[in-house]
Design a protein around this ligand. Structure first.
Ligand SMILES: [Cu+2]
Length: 362
């Protein structure tokens, strides 16, 4: 292959890459997020603020596209028009042209000022929630979300009413995360040791997904939470009625980011499938297993209250990575409930439902 045909082949490949990029841009992120009814590059607009934000986005996009096409077009044209031709004398280049320089400096500067103004104005609107907004505390943690409402209820699903401004008070228990509701056009970093705010007025009832948009470790891509926008305020209040969480829910909210219970899969921690009354290989400190213990009520409780006292050696040399905060964070009856659940998930749920029925009869 000579130099010329190599260059042609590279050129052809570059065109393929460019064409693929263009197609990606045309089909738009909206489609990549699984929406067919969004607009060109964006998913559906599920908040009152979304239309304005899309407007600013497209305004800037079209200006950039206009300049991109004209600058690249002119560059291509000049490369062709003034290419070297054998036998043709090289002419002297033209010099300074004041009118040309004004033409290509002043309008872009004015457009930049307009873009800055629009961006800043909308940014301020996004930063300052209305005073009457409903407050919801959002706690992010590797790799789960927890939501706390004005009535003290907690859940791992986000519930909000339609047509009411809602402000999210965002905190992290460990590293950087980001609160991302693409269909509401809301995205805000969550910084450990600080409370950041984001707000929105959802205007379409339905089911959505909250994503973490800041890489936060191995299971970052799984860090999602279901979001429900309720048609009426009454429906929303019914969904967040405080009540005792089931053992299954307690496990899902506190433990399932590191432990599987239905499968033998090893996550950050060992699988807890069938742990109740089984023999466990453990090590005191690091290294090889030093003893075998029976996973009875006492062992399970100790594992939650004082993790790291014994390190599990069930399938892997686990490190001392379990949260040390459960003793403070969970109520004693929640710990009992979790221990019941580890001993026998099915029986624990039956016991919970029986107690719930009894309470309802009262
Ligand atoms: Cu995260």
């Amino acid at each position: 292959m000579n130099l010329r045909s190599t260059a042609t082949a590279i050129g052809r490949r570059a065109w393929h890459v460019l064409a693929a990029l263009a197609v990606t841009l045309m089909t738009g992120c909206g489609n990549m997020m699984g929406d067919v009814d969004g607009n060109w590059q964006m998913p559906i607009q599920a908040s009152k603020e979304a239309a304005d934000i899309d407007w600013v986005y497209y305004f800037i996009f079209w200006i950039c596209l206009f300049y991109f096409v004209h600058i690249m077009g002119a560059m291509g044209w000049f490369m062709w028009r003034y290419r070297r031709i054998p036998g043709k004398e090289v002419e002297e280049s033209p010099h300074h042209s004041l009118s040309l320089e004004i033409a290509w400096s002043i309008p872009p500067i004015l457009l930049c000022v307009v873009m800055f103004y629009l961006g800043f104005d909308y940014y301020m609107q996004m930063s300052i929630p209305p005073a009457d907004a409903i407050k919801i505390e959002v706690q992010a943690e590797k790799w789960s979300w927890k939501f706390r409402y004005h009535n003290g209820a907690e859940s791992d699903e986000l519930h909000i009413p339609k047509d009411k401004p809602v402000v999210f008070l965002l905190t992290s228990r460990d590293v950087l995360h980001a609160f991302y509701l693409p269909k509401m056009r809301v995205k805000k970093d969550i910084v450990p040791g600080r409370t950041t705010k984001a707000w929105t007025t959802a205007n379409r009832a339905g089911d959505y997904t909250l994503f973490c948009a800041e890489y936060c470790g191995r299971s970052h891509s799984m860090m999602r939470a279901p979001v429900t926008v309720h048609e009426t305020e009454a429906g929303w209040l019914a969904a967040i009625r405080p009540g005792r969480a089931s053992p299954e829910k307690l496990f899902r909210m506190n433990c399932s980011s590191c432990h599987s219970i239905d499968t033998p899969e090893i996550l950050t921690g060992p699988s807890l499938k069938g742990i109740g009354m089984s023999k466990r290989q453990v090590a005191a400190g690091g290294g090889a297993p030093t003893k075998e213990v029976l996973a009875d009520r006492a062992y399970l409780k100790e594992s939650i209250l004082r993790p790291g006292a014994l390190l599990s050696r069930m399938g892997k040399d686990f490190k001392d990575e379990m949260n040390k905060t459960f003793a403070k964070q969970l109520k004693p009856e929640q710990i009992e409930s979790l221990v019941d659940y580890l001993l026998d998930p099915k029986k624990a749920m039956e016991k919970f439902e029986a107690e719930l029925k009894k309470a309802e009869k009262k």
